[in-house]
Structure formats: C-alpha cells, structure tokens
Design a protein around this ligand. Structure first.
Ligand SMILES: Nc1ncnc2c1ncn2[C@@H]1O[C@H](COP(=O)(O)OP(=O)(O)OP(=O)(O)O)[C@@H](O)[C@H]1O
Length: 249
C-alpha cells in the first residue's frame, strides 16, 4: 500500500536554511496495517505523512502509495487525515449530521444532503459520547473530545483506504483520549482501514497498533512488529531518549 525506497527529503536545498528532514528512509506498509510512528521533536514524523499525501516530494528516492508515485488529487480520494486540533477537523457552523454527510461526499461535486450511512451512525454510537442523541447540534457546541471523535468518524465516512493521524489525541484529556483511541482501533479492526498514526504518548504506542516505527534525526532506527515482540512504554522512551522530549505518559 505504501512503499518508500531510500527516500531523502531536504527542505530549502542549497540555501542557508537547508534542512535534511528524512535520510535514506525505506518503509513498507501493508494493507490493513496499523502503524504507530514515534520520535523526538524534529525527527521527521510529519514530513513522512506529508510525503505520503504529496505535500512534499522526495529529494532523492521514491515514494509509492497504492502502487503509484504520489499524486495529491488521487490520494485525496483514497485517504483521510486528522490532525491534533479538534477545531480543524469539523465545520463549526454545520450540525453533526451535516458534517457527516458532507464528509461522506468528499471529492464529489455539489452538496446534496442526504442521510447518514448506517455504518457511520453505528460508529458514532459506539463512541458512547452521546453524539447521536442530537444530530442537529452545531459542531461548535461540542467538547474537544466530542469534536475529535466526530472528526475521526468523518474521516472514515468516505470509506478511505488509508487514514493518517497526526497526534490526533494530543489535545484531549485521558478519558477522551481512550475513547478516540478505541474508535481508531475499531476502524482498523472492523473496516480494515490502513492507519499511520503519529504520537508522542508512549503508552498509546505500547497499547495500540501492530507496528511501531521509531524515527530519530530523519532515520528509521527501529521497526517493531508488536505481534512478535512486546514493547513497553518505558523501553520506547529509553529508545528515543527521554531527555529530548516531554512525553504525555
Ligand atoms: N517547511 C519546512 N521548511 C524547512 N524545514 C522544515 C519544514 N518542515 C519541517 N522542517 C524541519 O524538518 C525537520 C523535521 O520536521 P518534522 O515536522 O517532520 O518533524 P516532527 O518529527 O514531525 O516534529 P514534531 O514532533 O515537533 O512535530 C525539523 O528539523 C523541521 O524544523
């Protein structure tokens, strides 16, 4: 599904501001995998996600998604992204229902509002956040946790093959974090959606996903298959170097 071959990304190449963000990175992600990406600030995690959606191009090497070189307009139809700010993932002046219907029509022309898909409504109910109780409520009236749960459900409303999550629980309290992570896991398990998730929370990395990719200074320094070996949050912290980052756990 995703194949990076010796990818190097250099920002502002040839200028005084030149910055190597990824160095000779090779990575394969299979369909249905749930990959957790960890690493200190500046390690290159967001650059990796930007590469996959075509936001940056490899300076060297090759990045293929769905078997082809990345073309942003094609990726847009098959992938969704949720970032860390709960206000970025929802349309505040639209109701919960309108947000979901709009999200399900991603990439289609026109805004014909219809009904919410049964599968999406069930997913919303499964969060136990009460979102389904008043679908006419404006998104601006929701709590941060509710907004982020809605943003994740919206992200899968268009049946994407790939879900990219950039610290999507970073702004949430522990209870909402657990709810949103359980929702994330359910999407991977029940829909088979491939997930790439960045987190600074090592207890989340320990608990969720099947693969952990550790980035350091633009290089992949470890790829851990959790189905074969267990890894504790404390080990991950030690691996990254706890002096260089403040962890949530
Ligand atoms: N648009 C840009 N122009 C120049 N340098 C950039 C740009 N984006 C990122 N960088 C640099 O590239 C390196 C990798 O950045 P990136 O955002 O990928 O790291 P990260 O691991 O996601 O960090 P964080 O955990 O702080 O979000 C950093 O040194 C950063 O300063």
């Amino acid at each position: 599904m995703i194949e990076l071959e010796n990818v190097t990304v250099i920002y502002n190449k040839g200028t005084l501001d030149e910055k190597v963000a990824l160095r000779n990175v090779s990575l394969k992600v299979e369909p249905g995998e749930f990959v957790v990406i960890v690493g200190a600030n500046g390690a290159g995690k967001s650059t990796l996600l930007k590469l996959i959606v075509g936001g940056v191009k490899p300076t060297e090497g090759r990045c293929k998604v769905f078997g082809q070189d990345v073309k942003s307009e094609k990726i847009f139809k098959c992938a969704s992204i949720v970032c860390q700010d709960p206000d970025m993932g929802v349309f505040p002046n639209l109701s919960i229902e309108e947000n979901l219907i709009l999200a399900s029509k991603k990439g289609l022309r026109g805004l014909s509002f219809g009904r919410i898909d049964k599968k999406i409504l069930e997913l919303l109910i499964s969060t136990k956040m009460g979102l389904e109780q008043d679908l006419k409520r404006k998104a601006s009236k929701l709590s941060g946790g509710q907004k982020q749960a809605l943003a994740v459900v919206m992200a899968v409303a268009s049946n994407p093959k790939l879900l990219l999550l950039d610290e999507h629980t970073a702004a949430l309290d522990p209870k909402s974090t657990e709810t949103v992570m359980e929702l994330t896991e359910r999407i991977n398990r029940d829909f088979g959606t491939t997930i790439l998730m960045i987190t600074h929370d090592m207890s989340i990395a320990e608990q969720y996903g099947n693969t952990i990719v550790v980035l350091e200074n633009g290089k992949i320094v470890a790829r851990i298959d959790k189905r074969r070996e267990k890894v504790a949050a404390s080990q991950l912290k030690a691996m990254i170097g706890s002096m260089r980052i403040s962890f949530a756990s």
